[in-house]
Design a binder for this molecule. Structure first.
Ligand code: ZN
Length: 401
């Protein structure tokens, strides 16, 4: 018989932990709040709020701000998240770079290391990621006991026969490799591991444009393309951790051949690789997001033509995602430079008629996220913080044992 993990029960300690997370989340999404404001937002009793706020202040997670005059004269102390209450290490591995960062509890970058790599195998990458973690821990003075853990992001899909290890948008040799367990063994720190789209989605949910959203799809335009699905307050990861690998969704049945063996996959039209191919940049070393930025600034005709070609497949993908998940919005981000994403978005309207077409909506159907080269690594650093402070504490996968 196979045992399935069920929804966590609510014993007393878990309920307490849940309530602490609810309080932190209320302050994170609203800014500094007084005890009375927290009580109104969370429907917890005044006594419970007082106990939790005291406890979180003693733990260094919350700090009191300057007193505000209350409406009836009694002063109220607003509490905010103390940035120095916790630290997190983010690691990101892609085809050309390994990046490591330390952020504090507010998501502010405190330290950063970048190394050039060339489509590394696990045997090449794991020792250097462990060394990088060690260097980050030593890179500035902070209370080590407040280090929450390591979050790591890399491109998916994971462990799909025939799709994981082929073509220039996949990293070779990572199929079946237990990344999180191995990194925990090498660093002695707890490790959370996600694909880069999911990590970026969590980054947007904690600190970015999705801060107040409960259901959104994050489209990560990197070397390939993937989606992070944050639905009803939970990450949706799928049965084998590959939900959102929509780069290989067919958008043109007789379209361009893809490395996965199919034709007309979305990432053959919308990805850094698709743009590089369209521009026929001869030397792969010269193909970089920065290069696209330069070409766009120079008004390069071929880049504009690529955006024209990419708009229809992207519009179709957004249509499918809206109809399948009914999200509040679709966020576009990733390694693609901001200016190029803006160019793509300017070509998207009119979007197809879908369940998202309602006139009464308050959030636009498409938002632009924090695109740029650190999107994924800052998202990775957000993973341990999210996992420690979000009320839905069962949402991230941690390695068992
Ligand atoms: Zn494909």
């Amino acid at each position: 018989m196979t045992l399935k993990r069920s929804v966590a029960g609510t014993n007393l300690e878990q309920a307490k932990s849940h309530n602490r997370r609810v309080v932190i989340e209320a302050i994170r999404t609203n800014g500094a709040l007084s005890r009375a404001q927290i009580a109104r937002l969370t429907a917890l009793s005044s006594q419970t709020i007082s106990n939790i706020v005291d406890e979180l202040e003693r733990a260094g997670l919350l700090r009191p701000e300057a007193t505000q005059k209350g409406a009836r004269g009694q002063p109220a102390v607003p509490y905010s998240i103390d940035p120095n209450g916790g630290y997190s290490i983010g690691l990101q591995l892609d085809h050309q770079t390994a990046v490591g960062v330390v952020t504090d509890l507010s998501g502010t970058l405190r330290s950063r290391i970048e190394r050039r790599v060339d489509r590394p195998t696990p045997a090449e990458a794991m020792p250097s990621l462990a060394t990088m973690t060690d260097e980050l821990v030593r890179s500035f003075r902070f209370d080590r006991s407040r280090l929450l853990g390591v979050g790591m992001a890399m491109p998916g899909p994971f462990d799909v026969e025939g799709m994981t290890s082929v073509g220039p948008t996949a990293l070779p040799g990572w199929q079946d490799f237990p990344v999180a367990l191995e990194l925990e063994r090498l660093t002695g720190l707890p490790v959370t591991f996600e694909n880069d789209a999911t990590a970026a989605a969590i980054g947007e949910r904690l600190y970015g444009v999705a801060r107040n959203l409960n259901s959104f799809v994050y489209l990560f335009i990197g070397t390939g393309l993937g989606a992070g699905l944050f639905l009803d307050g939970h990450l949706y990861k799928g049965s084998r951790h590959n939900a959102g690998e929509i780069g290989h969704m067919i958008v043109k049945p007789d379209g361009l051949a893809c490395f996965c063996g199919k034709h007309g996959c979305l990432e053959r039209y919308v990805s850094l690789r698709a743009a590089y191919d369209c521009l026929e940049i001869p030397d792969p070393d010269h193909a970089s997001p920065e290069k696209l930025d330069e070409l766009l600034a120079a008004g390069n005709e071929r880049l504009l033509a690529w955006a024209d070609q990419a708009a229809a497949p992207l519009r179709q993908a957004i249509d499918v995602l809206e109809l399948a998940f009914d999200p509040e919005t679709v966020v576009l981000g990733g390694f693609m430079p901001l200016a190029v994403i803006e160019l793509l978005v300017s070509r998207l309207e009119p979007l197809h008629l879908s369940v998202s077409s309602a006139r009464t909506r308050t959030v636009p159907r498409v938002l632009i996220g924090a695109a740029g080269k650190d999107t994924s690594v800052l998202g990775a650093a957000a993973l341990p913080i999210f996992s420690e402070t979000n009320p839905q504490f069962d949402v991230l996968q941690k390695p068992l044992g």
